[in-house]
Ligand binder design. Structure first.
Ligand code: DHA
Length: 128
């Protein structure tokens, strides 16, 4: 897989750890379902804490990526879902710790609710 970041000053700069666009030539695309902060062992939310749920969601995503034969470098697009957009900066900070640069493309949505009462969900597309 090779990927290139697309950037233009004719569109707004990213307001978080993402790229305006990513071009990838891949042998295979993998579409991941969204992950919320469930512990694999119990199937229960890891915590009532937003940060804990974000970290567990990304850990779950990474486990699926590895099961698909990839790494975090293969992520070309993420979608984040937050039930409280006032936590946007916190989600950005945690994502920036976990996701390597160059950053994938990303969309972020505020939503009314998520399954299991989760506060955060992350969905990914991989290029392998
Ligand atoms: C504005 C965005 N695309 C984001 O935060 O993901």
């Amino acid at each position: 897989m090779s990927k290139a970041i697309i950037h233009t000053d004719a569109a707004p700069a990213a307001v978080g750890p993402y790229s305006q666009a990513v071009s990838a030539s891949a042998g295979k695309l993998v579409f991941l379902s969204g992950q919320i902060g469930l512990e694999p062992g119990t199937g229960e939310l890891v915590s009532e804490n937003f940060e804990g749920q974000v970290r567990q969601s990304f850990a779950n995503m990474q486990a699926v990526i590895e099961a698909a034969g990839g790494t975090l470098d293969n992520v070309v697009k993420l979608t984040l879902f937050l039930t409280d957009l006032s936590k946007f900066a916190s989600a950005n900070a945690i994502m920036a710790e976990i996701i390597p640069q160059p950053y994938p493309a990303r969309s972020t949505l505020g939503v009314a609710s998520l399954p299991k009462g989760a506060q955060f969900e992350v969905e990914a597309i991989l290029a392998l």
